[in-house]
Design a protein around this ligand. Structure first.
Ligand code: EPZ
Length: 418
């Protein structure tokens, strides 16, 4: 298994360009199922999870490949409607093909995604919404088996503003008969990017980015050309955390500040300085970070996908920080690994209390999930001596060349391929 070896204590400086957003690319690639023909998507990031989603589309019969940074997807020959367990178990976001397959082909057989390290992650709200639209859904040997002659528009109230649940239901509703209203919808920028892509294909959607989204069904959608997906706000936030913890100055290019208000506010409270320049967002970390409390919330609140990275910063801040995780039930696996580096953290239920220490000391640690891996990289950049991070395949799922981008900024990092 690949490892990263990081030699800490080196101040960083320079520019970094943010890649396309993983959590926009995945639903947008799935949505190509809704329109038969050749789709061309720009700014698709080179990630393991994107590769997996493209592999899934090929299993369904599409042709998909990335050439000179453009992702080409030909959905003319989709003849298979089954997303197999062997693939779905490697990436839960495979569930995003369910809504499009039912809407376009009237049938789907998608393996129920298991839980993952950060939580049980049920998809009951996805299924409840599809049933309300008229889909017949059975669970057979671990598979969701769905049928629908024609989905019907209806009103759906989501108990929780689920991101992929909202995305699945928007996609299903684009080809339904009549109008669908989704209440308590997720407001993430990635939901808006998906809606914009669907609109570019001829969908009629209003209210994306608010908690009430209205979709008027149409008879067919047509592929869009050269749609550019948004930059990854979590990758941008991760580099802000890097600048913050290293006391360094980094200019972050292709980052949309309007997607990061909650993160930037907390970073400013911690002492990080921001300046918008013509090159990009200039971020400067302080000599010593101040401790700040955070509570993760659905967008536009503080994103759960930035909780681990922010915790890494707080391990060496002045004072004590209280971190509350309200989205997932088990998203503190990075705590035990941070403790191995000398962090002083106690956890009670969904609350972690982080007492800042003077220094972290390098040690062998293990990545447990995508954002936990980023957290350990951030901590390793300031820990004295050498930090070896094992199982970094987690990192490669969601960050495009993170180690290379950090080396460009002056970090001393080696990737050991086992
Ligand atoms: C999306 O996951 C993201 N993934 C996650 O990013 C992100 O952490 C999460 O949204 C929250 O922002 C993608 O977009 C591919 P949810 P998703 O449905 O849609 C519960 C990363 O690091 N829930 O919004 O799966 C669920 O258990 C990943 O890039 C139900 O109970 O998250 C959780 O507690 C990690 N029933 C809460 O809602 C459902 O049917 C939010 O989950 C659906 C969700």
């Amino acid at each position: 298994m690949d490892k990263l070896i990081i030699f800490g204590g080196i101040p960083l400086k320079g520019e970094v360009t943010i890649s396309g957003a993983k959590n926009a690319a995945l639903p947008i690639i799935a949505s190509t199922i809704l329109a038969s023909g050749i789709h061309t998507l720009k700014n698709i990031p080179k990630l393991k999870d994107v590769e997996t989603m493209l592999k899934l589309l090929k299993i369904l019969g599409a042709d998909a490949y990335i050439e000179r940074g453009i992702c080409n997807i030909d959905t003319t020959k989709i003849t298979n409607f089954e997303a197999p367990y062997e693939l779905v178990k490697t990436m839960r976001a495979s569930i995003l093909v369910l809504g499009p397959l039912i809407a376009k082909f009237g049938k789907a057989k998608v393996s129920l995604p298991g839980g993952c390290a950060i939580g049980a992650r049920p998809v009951n709200l996805h299924l409840q919404g599809l049933k309300k639209m008229g889909a017949k859904i059975e669970l057979e040997e671990g598979y969701i088996v769905a049928k629908a002659k024609q989905l019907k528009g209806t009103k759906i109230h989501l108990d929780i503003p689920t991101v992929t649940g909202t995305e699945n239901l928007i996609m299903a509703a684009t080809l339904a008969k009549g109008t669908t209203v989704i209440e308590n919808a997720a407001k993430e920028p990635e939901v808006v990017d998906l809606a914009n892509y669907l609109i570019s294909m001829g969908a009629k959607i209003k209210g994306a980015g608010t908690s009430i989204i209205e979709i008027e069904g149409v008879s067919e959608l047509n592929p869009s050309k050269e749609y550019e997906i948004i930059p990854d706000r979590i990758e941008a936030g991760t580099f802000i955390a890097v600048a913050g913890i290293c006391g360094s100055e980094i200019t972050i290019k292709k980052c949309k500040l309007e997607h990061l208000h909650a993160v930037v506010n907390k970073m400013k409270d911690a002492g990080v300085d921001f300046k918008e320049t013509k090159e990009g967002l200039k971020v400067t970390g302080p000599k010593k970070l101040r401790s700040v409390d955070i509570k993760t919330m659905p967008y536009p609140g503080f994103p759960t996908d930035m909780q681990a990275q922010f915790m890494a910063m707080m391990t060496v801040a002045e004072g004590t920080s209280v971190i509350k995780e309200t989205i997932f039930e088990n998203r503190f696996m990075h705590v035990a690994e941070l403790r191995r580096l000398g962090a002083d953290i106690t956890v009670e239920g969904n609350t972690a209390t982080v007492r800042g220490v003077k220094k972290l000391k390098g040690a062998p640690v293990m990545a447990t999930d995508l954002r936990a891996s980023a957290c350990l990289v951030i901590a390793g950049l300031v820990a004295d001596g050498k930090t070896v991070i094992d199982r970094i395949y987690h990192l490669d799922r969601g960050y495009e060349d993170l180690d290379k981008k950090l080396i460009q900024l002056g970090a001393k990092i080696e990737r050991v391929v086992d």
